[in-house]
Design a protein around this ligand. Structure first.
Ligand code: SF4
Length: 498
Protein backbone atom coordinates (compact mmCIF):
# COMPACT_ATOMS: atom_id res chain seq x y z
CA UNK A 1 0.00 0.00 0.00
CA UNK A 2 1.46 3.43 -0.90
CA UNK A 3 2.48 5.62 2.02
CA UNK A 4 -0.16 8.18 2.97
CA UNK A 5 1.10 11.67 2.37
CA UNK A 6 1.58 13.46 5.64
CA UNK A 7 0.21 16.98 6.03
CA UNK A 8 0.48 19.09 9.17
CA UNK A 9 -1.13 22.44 9.87
CA UNK A 10 0.16 24.88 12.43
CA UNK A 11 -1.43 27.82 14.23
CA UNK A 12 1.59 29.78 15.49
CA UNK A 13 1.75 30.94 19.09
CA UNK A 14 1.03 34.46 20.21
CA UNK A 15 4.02 36.36 21.53
CA UNK A 16 4.85 35.32 25.13
CA UNK A 17 3.60 37.87 27.67
CA UNK A 18 0.91 39.17 25.37
CA UNK A 19 -2.24 39.85 27.38
CA UNK A 20 -5.12 37.48 26.66
CA UNK A 21 -2.88 34.54 25.73
CA UNK A 22 -4.84 32.43 28.21
CA UNK A 23 -8.10 33.26 26.41
CA UNK A 24 -6.62 32.94 22.91
CA UNK A 25 -5.44 29.41 23.68
CA UNK A 26 -9.05 28.38 24.34
CA UNK A 27 -10.31 29.61 21.01
CA UNK A 28 -8.33 27.95 18.22
CA UNK A 29 -8.72 28.97 14.59
CA UNK A 30 -11.15 26.75 12.73
CA UNK A 31 -9.56 27.15 9.28
CA UNK A 32 -6.59 24.78 9.77
CA UNK A 33 -8.82 22.22 11.49
CA UNK A 34 -11.29 22.26 8.61
CA UNK A 35 -8.49 21.73 6.08
CA UNK A 36 -7.11 18.84 8.13
CA UNK A 37 -10.60 17.32 8.33
CA UNK A 38 -11.06 17.57 4.55
CA UNK A 39 -7.72 15.86 3.93
CA UNK A 40 -8.32 13.22 6.60
CA UNK A 41 -11.59 12.28 4.86
CA UNK A 42 -9.66 12.00 1.59
CA UNK A 43 -7.22 9.52 3.12
CA UNK A 44 -4.27 11.77 3.99
CA UNK A 45 -2.43 11.61 7.30
CA UNK A 46 -3.50 15.08 8.46
CA UNK A 47 -3.32 16.83 11.84
CA UNK A 48 -3.14 20.29 13.40
CA UNK A 49 -0.78 21.76 15.97
CA UNK A 50 -1.90 24.85 17.78
CA UNK A 51 1.19 26.27 19.46
CA UNK A 52 -0.99 27.96 22.06
CA UNK A 53 -1.89 24.44 23.23
CA UNK A 54 1.15 22.35 22.32
CA UNK A 55 3.81 24.93 23.12
CA UNK A 56 6.48 26.21 20.74
CA UNK A 57 7.10 23.36 18.36
CA UNK A 58 10.89 23.45 18.55
CA UNK A 59 10.59 23.02 22.33
CA UNK A 60 8.32 20.00 21.89
CA UNK A 61 10.63 17.48 20.25
CA UNK A 62 7.94 14.93 19.43
CA UNK A 63 5.75 17.53 17.76
CA UNK A 64 8.62 19.16 15.92
CA UNK A 65 9.91 15.82 14.55
CA UNK A 66 6.39 15.01 13.43
CA UNK A 67 6.06 18.34 11.61
CA UNK A 68 9.49 18.02 10.00
CA UNK A 69 8.62 14.53 8.77
CA UNK A 70 5.61 15.80 6.83
CA UNK A 71 5.33 16.39 3.10
CA UNK A 72 3.51 19.69 3.48
CA UNK A 73 3.21 22.07 6.42
CA UNK A 74 0.44 24.67 6.25
CA UNK A 75 0.99 27.65 8.54
CA UNK A 76 -2.05 29.84 9.11
CA UNK A 77 -1.12 33.39 10.06
CA UNK A 78 -3.00 36.35 11.37
CA UNK A 79 -1.17 39.67 11.62
CA UNK A 80 -0.01 39.34 15.26
CA UNK A 81 1.19 35.76 14.67
CA UNK A 82 2.89 36.40 11.32
CA UNK A 83 6.41 36.90 12.70
CA UNK A 84 6.21 33.70 14.71
CA UNK A 85 4.90 31.86 11.62
CA UNK A 86 7.86 33.07 9.56
CA UNK A 87 10.31 32.02 12.27
CA UNK A 88 8.79 28.54 12.28
CA UNK A 89 8.98 28.35 8.50
CA UNK A 90 12.67 29.26 8.58
CA UNK A 91 13.38 26.50 11.09
CA UNK A 92 11.36 23.85 9.28
CA UNK A 93 12.96 24.65 5.92
CA UNK A 94 16.41 24.51 7.50
CA UNK A 95 15.80 21.22 9.33
CA UNK A 96 13.67 19.50 6.70
CA UNK A 97 14.43 20.77 3.19
CA UNK A 98 12.05 18.26 1.58
CA UNK A 99 8.99 19.64 3.40
CA UNK A 100 6.96 22.21 1.47
CA UNK A 101 5.94 25.16 3.62
CA UNK A 102 2.65 26.80 2.67
CA UNK A 103 1.26 30.00 4.17
CA UNK A 104 -2.44 30.82 4.38
CA UNK A 105 -4.82 32.85 6.51
CA UNK A 106 -5.82 36.51 6.59
CA UNK A 107 -2.33 37.97 6.92
CA UNK A 108 -0.90 35.77 4.16
CA UNK A 109 -3.79 36.82 1.92
CA UNK A 110 -3.11 40.53 2.31
CA UNK A 111 0.68 40.41 2.67
CA UNK A 112 1.34 37.60 0.20
CA UNK A 113 4.62 39.00 -1.10
CA UNK A 114 6.00 39.21 2.39
CA UNK A 115 4.84 35.64 3.21
CA UNK A 116 6.36 34.35 -0.01
CA UNK A 117 9.81 35.28 1.26
CA UNK A 118 9.42 32.66 3.99
CA UNK A 119 7.38 29.87 2.41
CA UNK A 120 7.38 27.91 -0.83
CA UNK A 121 3.74 28.70 -1.52
CA UNK A 122 1.19 31.28 -0.39
CA UNK A 123 -2.55 30.76 -0.68
CA UNK A 124 -4.70 33.87 -0.86
CA UNK A 125 -8.32 33.51 0.24
CA UNK A 126 -10.14 30.47 1.60
CA UNK A 127 -7.95 27.44 0.97
CA UNK A 128 -10.54 24.62 0.82
CA UNK A 129 -10.75 24.67 -3.00
CA UNK A 130 -7.01 24.14 -3.49
CA UNK A 131 -5.91 22.12 -0.48
CA UNK A 132 -6.30 18.78 -2.34
CA UNK A 133 -3.78 19.56 -5.14
CA UNK A 134 -1.42 21.19 -2.62
CA UNK A 135 -1.48 18.11 -0.38
CA UNK A 136 -0.87 15.92 -3.41
CA UNK A 137 2.18 17.99 -4.36
CA UNK A 138 0.62 19.22 -7.61
CA UNK A 139 0.95 22.88 -6.60
CA UNK A 140 4.32 23.53 -5.00
CA UNK A 141 5.31 27.16 -5.15
CA UNK A 142 4.31 30.72 -5.91
CA UNK A 143 1.24 32.69 -4.86
CA UNK A 144 -2.17 31.32 -5.77
CA UNK A 145 -5.69 32.67 -5.38
CA UNK A 146 -8.18 30.18 -4.05
CA UNK A 147 -11.82 30.79 -5.00
CA UNK A 148 -14.25 30.98 -2.10
CA UNK A 149 -16.47 27.97 -1.60
CA UNK A 150 -20.07 28.79 -2.56
CA UNK A 151 -21.81 26.01 -0.71
CA UNK A 152 -20.65 25.66 2.88
CA UNK A 153 -22.59 22.40 3.18
CA UNK A 154 -19.80 20.79 1.16
CA UNK A 155 -17.50 21.22 4.15
CA UNK A 156 -17.24 18.58 6.85
CA UNK A 157 -17.68 19.57 10.49
CA UNK A 158 -14.27 20.25 12.07
CA UNK A 159 -12.97 17.04 13.64
CA UNK A 160 -11.33 18.07 16.91
CA UNK A 161 -9.65 14.67 17.24
CA UNK A 162 -7.23 15.92 14.58
CA UNK A 163 -6.05 18.75 16.83
CA UNK A 164 -3.04 17.58 18.80
CA UNK A 165 -3.23 18.29 22.54
CA UNK A 166 -6.87 19.28 22.35
CA UNK A 167 -7.43 16.94 25.31
CA UNK A 168 -4.94 19.03 27.25
CA UNK A 169 -7.13 22.07 26.66
CA UNK A 170 -10.24 20.17 27.72
CA UNK A 171 -8.50 18.97 30.86
CA UNK A 172 -8.31 22.60 32.05
CA UNK A 173 -12.09 22.52 32.39
CA UNK A 174 -13.68 20.76 35.37
CA UNK A 175 -16.12 19.16 32.89
CA UNK A 176 -16.06 18.77 29.10
CA UNK A 177 -19.53 20.30 28.97
CA UNK A 178 -18.15 23.60 30.27
CA UNK A 179 -15.86 24.18 27.31
CA UNK A 180 -17.44 26.43 24.69
CA UNK A 181 -16.55 24.47 21.56
CA UNK A 182 -15.96 26.75 18.54
CA UNK A 183 -18.34 26.22 15.61
CA UNK A 184 -19.01 28.36 12.56
CA UNK A 185 -21.99 28.34 10.24
CA UNK A 186 -21.41 31.37 8.01
CA UNK A 187 -18.74 33.39 6.26
CA UNK A 188 -18.75 36.96 5.05
CA UNK A 189 -20.10 40.21 6.38
CA UNK A 190 -22.36 42.71 4.58
CA UNK A 191 -20.60 45.65 6.25
CA UNK A 192 -17.25 47.03 5.26
CA UNK A 193 -15.86 48.82 8.30
CA UNK A 194 -12.70 50.66 7.40
CA UNK A 195 -10.60 48.93 10.07
CA UNK A 196 -11.73 45.35 9.48
CA UNK A 197 -10.47 42.77 7.00
CA UNK A 198 -13.29 40.22 7.46
CA UNK A 199 -15.47 41.31 4.54
CA UNK A 200 -12.38 41.81 2.38
CA UNK A 201 -11.30 38.24 3.10
CA UNK A 202 -14.66 36.46 3.07
CA UNK A 203 -16.76 38.81 0.95
CA UNK A 204 -19.77 41.02 1.66
CA UNK A 205 -22.30 38.38 0.71
CA UNK A 206 -22.91 36.11 3.67
CA UNK A 207 -22.69 32.41 2.83
CA UNK A 208 -24.35 30.06 5.28
CA UNK A 209 -24.24 26.42 6.10
CA UNK A 210 -27.77 25.04 5.99
CA UNK A 211 -29.74 24.87 9.21
CA UNK A 212 -29.94 21.08 8.89
CA UNK A 213 -26.17 20.64 8.54
CA UNK A 214 -25.45 23.07 11.36
CA UNK A 215 -27.86 21.24 13.62
CA UNK A 216 -26.35 17.89 12.68
CA UNK A 217 -22.84 19.18 13.54
CA UNK A 218 -23.99 20.36 16.95
CA UNK A 219 -25.90 17.17 17.67
CA UNK A 220 -22.79 15.12 16.89
CA UNK A 221 -20.71 17.26 19.21
CA UNK A 222 -23.35 16.86 21.93
CA UNK A 223 -23.00 13.09 21.53
CA UNK A 224 -19.27 13.58 22.21
CA UNK A 225 -20.12 15.27 25.53
CA UNK A 226 -19.98 18.96 24.55
CA UNK A 227 -22.79 21.12 25.91
CA UNK A 228 -21.52 24.67 25.35
CA UNK A 229 -20.66 26.19 21.98
CA UNK A 230 -19.15 29.36 20.63
CA UNK A 231 -20.48 30.46 17.23
CA UNK A 232 -17.57 32.26 15.57
CA UNK A 233 -19.95 33.76 12.96
CA UNK A 234 -19.58 37.52 12.70
CA UNK A 235 -23.30 38.09 13.09
CA UNK A 236 -25.33 35.11 14.29
CA UNK A 237 -28.73 36.82 13.91
CA UNK A 238 -28.28 38.55 10.55
CA UNK A 239 -30.65 36.14 8.77
CA UNK A 240 -33.75 36.00 10.97
CA UNK A 241 -35.40 32.98 9.31
CA UNK A 242 -32.21 30.92 9.38
CA UNK A 243 -31.63 31.83 13.03
CA UNK A 244 -35.21 31.06 14.12
CA UNK A 245 -35.20 27.73 12.33
CA UNK A 246 -31.88 26.68 13.85
CA UNK A 247 -32.93 27.77 17.35
CA UNK A 248 -36.11 25.74 17.06
CA UNK A 249 -34.08 22.62 16.24
CA UNK A 250 -31.54 23.31 18.98
CA UNK A 251 -34.09 23.60 21.79
CA UNK A 252 -34.41 19.88 22.62
CA UNK A 253 -30.61 19.53 22.77
CA UNK A 254 -30.55 21.65 25.94
CA UNK A 255 -27.23 23.29 25.08
CA UNK A 256 -25.87 26.76 25.81
CA UNK A 257 -24.01 28.89 23.35
CA UNK A 258 -22.15 32.15 22.90
CA UNK A 259 -22.69 34.17 19.75
CA UNK A 260 -21.62 37.45 18.20
CA UNK A 261 -24.43 39.76 17.21
CA UNK A 262 -25.51 43.40 17.06
CA UNK A 263 -26.82 45.11 20.17
CA UNK A 264 -29.95 46.20 18.27
CA UNK A 265 -30.79 42.85 16.67
CA UNK A 266 -34.09 42.71 18.54
CA UNK A 267 -35.62 45.59 16.55
CA UNK A 268 -37.47 44.61 13.39
CA UNK A 269 -37.75 48.11 11.97
CA UNK A 270 -35.53 51.13 11.47
CA UNK A 271 -37.76 53.32 13.63
CA UNK A 272 -37.33 50.86 16.55
CA UNK A 273 -41.07 50.46 17.13
CA UNK A 274 -41.42 46.71 16.67
CA UNK A 275 -39.54 44.53 19.08
CA UNK A 276 -38.86 41.03 17.80
CA UNK A 277 -40.07 39.15 20.85
CA UNK A 278 -40.23 35.86 18.95
CA UNK A 279 -36.53 36.05 18.11
CA UNK A 280 -35.56 37.08 21.65
CA UNK A 281 -37.55 34.24 23.13
CA UNK A 282 -36.19 31.71 20.65
CA UNK A 283 -32.63 32.83 21.34
CA UNK A 284 -33.18 32.25 25.02
CA UNK A 285 -34.92 28.90 24.61
CA UNK A 286 -32.42 27.75 21.98
CA UNK A 287 -29.58 28.18 24.47
CA UNK A 288 -28.00 31.59 23.73
CA UNK A 289 -26.32 32.56 26.99
CA UNK A 290 -23.49 35.00 26.23
CA UNK A 291 -23.75 37.59 23.49
CA UNK A 292 -20.58 39.16 22.15
CA UNK A 293 -21.62 42.65 21.15
CA UNK A 294 -19.41 44.98 19.14
CA UNK A 295 -20.69 48.36 20.32
CA UNK A 296 -17.36 49.82 19.12
CA UNK A 297 -18.37 53.34 20.12
CA UNK A 298 -21.03 55.31 21.97
CA UNK A 299 -20.82 58.56 20.01
CA UNK A 300 -22.71 59.35 16.82
CA UNK A 301 -19.80 60.84 14.91
CA UNK A 302 -17.56 57.82 15.31
CA UNK A 303 -20.45 55.42 14.66
CA UNK A 304 -21.15 57.19 11.36
CA UNK A 305 -17.47 57.31 10.39
CA UNK A 306 -17.10 53.60 11.09
CA UNK A 307 -20.41 52.86 9.33
CA UNK A 308 -21.93 51.03 12.27
CA UNK A 309 -25.44 51.47 10.87
CA UNK A 310 -27.18 52.06 14.21
CA UNK A 311 -30.90 52.59 13.68
CA UNK A 312 -33.44 55.02 15.11
CA UNK A 313 -33.52 58.61 16.33
CA UNK A 314 -32.41 60.23 19.55
CA UNK A 315 -29.06 60.17 21.33
CA UNK A 316 -27.08 57.03 20.46
CA UNK A 317 -25.96 56.49 24.05
CA UNK A 318 -29.60 56.27 25.19
CA UNK A 319 -30.49 53.87 22.40
CA UNK A 320 -27.58 51.62 23.30
CA UNK A 321 -28.59 51.64 26.96
CA UNK A 322 -32.13 50.67 26.01
CA UNK A 323 -30.94 47.88 23.69
CA UNK A 324 -28.68 46.52 26.42
CA UNK A 325 -31.48 46.59 28.98
CA UNK A 326 -33.73 44.63 26.61
CA UNK A 327 -31.08 41.95 26.16
CA UNK A 328 -30.48 41.73 29.91
CA UNK A 329 -34.21 41.45 30.58
CA UNK A 330 -34.24 38.49 28.25
CA UNK A 331 -31.58 36.77 30.29
CA UNK A 332 -28.43 37.23 28.19
CA UNK A 333 -24.96 37.78 29.55
CA UNK A 334 -23.33 40.58 27.56
CA UNK A 335 -19.68 40.90 26.65
CA UNK A 336 -19.31 44.45 25.32
CA UNK A 337 -16.51 45.27 22.88
CA UNK A 338 -15.36 48.82 22.16
CA UNK A 339 -12.60 50.47 20.15
CA UNK A 340 -10.59 53.59 20.95
CA UNK A 341 -9.46 55.34 17.78
CA UNK A 342 -7.02 58.13 16.95
CA UNK A 343 -9.69 60.81 17.38
CA UNK A 344 -10.38 59.67 20.92
CA UNK A 345 -8.93 60.96 24.14
CA UNK A 346 -8.63 59.57 27.62
CA UNK A 347 -11.93 61.34 28.35
CA UNK A 348 -13.60 59.26 25.59
CA UNK A 349 -12.17 56.14 27.20
CA UNK A 350 -13.57 57.16 30.58
CA UNK A 351 -16.98 57.80 29.01
CA UNK A 352 -16.97 54.31 27.51
CA UNK A 353 -16.24 52.78 30.93
CA UNK A 354 -18.98 54.88 32.53
CA UNK A 355 -21.41 53.73 29.86
CA UNK A 356 -20.39 50.09 30.36
CA UNK A 357 -20.92 50.28 34.09
CA UNK A 358 -24.23 52.09 33.73
CA UNK A 359 -25.36 49.50 31.17
CA UNK A 360 -24.27 46.82 33.66
CA UNK A 361 -22.31 44.96 31.02
CA UNK A 362 -21.19 41.61 32.33
CA UNK A 363 -17.75 41.74 30.80
CA UNK A 364 -15.93 44.33 28.78
CA UNK A 365 -13.11 44.80 26.33
CA UNK A 366 -11.71 48.00 24.89
CA UNK A 367 -9.32 47.64 21.95
CA UNK A 368 -7.10 50.20 20.32
CA UNK A 369 -7.91 50.79 16.67
CA UNK A 370 -5.28 48.89 14.71
CA UNK A 371 -4.56 49.35 11.02
CA UNK A 372 -4.32 45.85 9.55
CA UNK A 373 -2.93 44.94 6.14
CA UNK A 374 -5.72 44.64 3.60
CA UNK A 375 -7.83 47.44 5.07
CA UNK A 376 -8.20 51.02 3.78
CA UNK A 377 -7.15 52.16 7.24
CA UNK A 378 -3.72 50.58 6.84
CA UNK A 379 -2.95 52.51 3.66
CA UNK A 380 -4.34 55.72 5.14
CA UNK A 381 -2.25 55.47 8.29
CA UNK A 382 0.96 54.15 6.80
CA UNK A 383 2.80 57.52 7.15
CA UNK A 384 1.95 57.61 10.87
CA UNK A 385 3.06 54.09 11.76
CA UNK A 386 5.72 54.03 14.45
CA UNK A 387 6.06 50.26 14.48
CA UNK A 388 7.31 49.37 11.01
CA UNK A 389 10.12 46.96 11.70
CA UNK A 390 8.25 44.21 9.85
CA UNK A 391 7.75 41.33 10.23
CA UNK A 392 8.77 41.48 13.92
CA UNK A 393 6.60 44.51 14.67
CA UNK A 394 3.46 42.72 13.45
CA UNK A 395 3.43 41.29 16.98
CA UNK A 396 2.08 44.64 18.17
CA UNK A 397 -0.79 44.77 15.65
CA UNK A 398 -3.17 42.93 17.94
CA UNK A 399 -5.65 45.54 19.14
CA UNK A 400 -3.93 46.06 22.48
CA UNK A 401 -1.13 48.35 21.29
CA UNK A 402 -1.22 51.82 19.77
CA UNK A 403 1.14 51.55 16.80
CA UNK A 404 0.77 55.03 15.30
CA UNK A 405 1.76 58.58 15.96
CA UNK A 406 -0.43 61.65 15.66
CA UNK A 407 -3.56 60.53 17.49
CA UNK A 408 -5.19 63.13 19.71
CA UNK A 409 -3.56 61.42 22.66
CA UNK A 410 0.08 60.47 22.88
CA UNK A 411 0.65 56.72 22.42
CA UNK A 412 1.68 56.37 26.04
CA UNK A 413 -1.33 58.25 27.39
CA UNK A 414 -3.73 56.15 25.31
CA UNK A 415 -2.08 52.89 26.40
CA UNK A 416 -2.38 53.86 30.06
CA UNK A 417 -5.97 55.02 29.59
CA UNK A 418 -7.03 51.71 28.02
CA UNK A 419 -5.40 49.69 30.79
CA UNK A 420 -6.99 51.94 33.41
CA UNK A 421 -10.38 51.45 31.74
CA UNK A 422 -10.18 47.70 32.32
CA UNK A 423 -8.99 48.15 35.89
CA UNK A 424 -11.90 50.49 36.53
CA UNK A 425 -14.52 48.32 34.88
CA UNK A 426 -13.42 45.19 36.71
CA UNK A 427 -12.97 46.93 40.07
CA UNK A 428 -15.47 45.43 42.47
CA UNK A 429 -16.39 42.94 39.75
CA UNK A 430 -18.37 40.85 42.15
CA UNK A 431 -21.08 38.30 42.20
CA UNK A 432 -24.07 40.02 40.67
CA UNK A 433 -27.36 38.15 40.49
CA UNK A 434 -26.82 37.63 36.78
CA UNK A 435 -23.36 36.21 37.36
CA UNK A 436 -24.71 33.76 39.93
CA UNK A 437 -27.53 32.79 37.58
CA UNK A 438 -25.03 32.25 34.78
CA UNK A 439 -22.92 29.91 36.90
CA UNK A 440 -25.96 28.05 38.17
CA UNK A 441 -27.38 27.75 34.66
CA UNK A 442 -24.41 25.83 33.24
CA UNK A 443 -24.83 22.29 31.93
CA UNK A 444 -22.49 20.57 34.39
CA UNK A 445 -22.45 19.61 38.06
CA UNK A 446 -22.61 22.49 40.54
CA UNK A 447 -19.14 21.67 41.90
CA UNK A 448 -17.66 21.76 38.41
CA UNK A 449 -19.37 25.06 37.63
CA UNK A 450 -18.16 26.69 40.85
CA UNK A 451 -14.59 25.47 40.23
CA UNK A 452 -14.81 26.82 36.72
CA UNK A 453 -16.13 30.21 37.86
CA UNK A 454 -13.27 30.46 40.38
CA UNK A 455 -10.60 29.56 37.82
CA UNK A 456 -12.06 32.04 35.30
CA UNK A 457 -11.83 34.81 37.90
CA UNK A 458 -8.19 33.87 38.55
CA UNK A 459 -7.40 33.90 34.82
CA UNK A 460 -8.98 37.35 34.50
CA UNK A 461 -6.88 38.63 37.42
CA UNK A 462 -3.68 37.23 35.90
CA UNK A 463 -4.57 38.72 32.50
CA UNK A 464 -4.83 42.18 34.03
CA UNK A 465 -1.46 41.74 35.76
CA UNK A 466 0.16 40.57 32.51
CA UNK A 467 -1.35 43.53 30.72
CA UNK A 468 0.11 45.94 33.26
CA UNK A 469 3.59 44.50 32.71
CA UNK A 470 3.09 44.52 28.94
CA UNK A 471 1.95 48.15 29.00
CA UNK A 472 5.09 49.21 30.87
CA UNK A 473 7.32 47.31 28.43
CA UNK A 474 5.50 48.70 25.43
CA UNK A 475 5.64 52.28 26.68
CA UNK A 476 9.43 51.98 27.00
CA UNK A 477 9.71 50.68 23.42
CA UNK A 478 7.32 53.36 22.12
CA UNK A 479 9.30 56.10 23.87
CA UNK A 480 12.52 55.03 22.24
CA UNK A 481 10.86 54.57 18.83
CA UNK A 482 9.21 57.97 18.98
CA UNK A 483 12.48 59.73 19.73
CA UNK A 484 14.06 58.38 16.56
CA UNK A 485 10.99 58.27 14.28
CA UNK A 486 9.19 61.51 15.05
CA UNK A 487 10.98 63.72 12.51
CA UNK A 488 9.77 61.44 9.69
CA UNK A 489 6.20 61.01 10.87
CA UNK A 490 3.33 63.00 9.41
CA UNK A 491 0.23 64.27 11.20
CA UNK A 492 -2.91 62.18 10.83
CA UNK A 493 -4.85 62.72 7.61
CA UNK A 494 -7.90 65.00 8.03
CA UNK A 495 -10.34 62.09 7.61
CA UNK A 496 -9.00 60.61 10.83
CA UNK A 497 -8.00 63.63 12.87
CA UNK A 498 -10.97 65.95 12.48
S1 SF4 B 1 -16.15 45.01 12.10
FE1 SF4 B 1 -17.82 43.51 12.15
S2 SF4 B 1 -19.45 44.53 10.98
FE2 SF4 B 1 -17.55 45.60 10.43
S3 SF4 B 1 -16.80 44.53 8.58
FE3 SF4 B 1 -15.83 43.58 10.37
S4 SF4 B 1 -17.12 41.81 10.85
FE4 SF4 B 1 -18.32 43.19 9.55
Amino acid sequence: MPRKRKIRFVEPASRPGRPFNAWVSRQPLLGPLLLATILDRQGYDAAVYNENLSGRLEENSEAYSDVCASDVVGISIMTPTAARGYELARRIRRDSPATRVVFGGIHATFASQEAQQYGHLVVRGEAESVIGPIAEGLIQEGVIDSPALENLDELPAPDYRLMRDFDRLLSQFPARGLYALPVMASRGCPYSCSFCSVSRMFGRRVRRRSVEKTFEDIRNYVEQGFREFFFYDDNFTSDRDWTLHLLQLLQPLNIRFWAQTRVDFAWRDHARHQLDRALLESMHKGGASTLYIGYETIDETTAAAWRKGYRGAGPLRERLLEDTRILHENGFWIHGMFVAGPKHTKKTVEEIVEFSREARLDSFHLSILTPLPGTPLFELMRPQLVFTNFPDDWDFYDGTHCVYYGAREDIRVLQEAVLRAHRKFYRGYGWSLRRIRDVLGGRASLGARLRWAWSTAQTARRTLQEWERETQRFIEIATSRLSSYRPNLKPLPPTLSQ
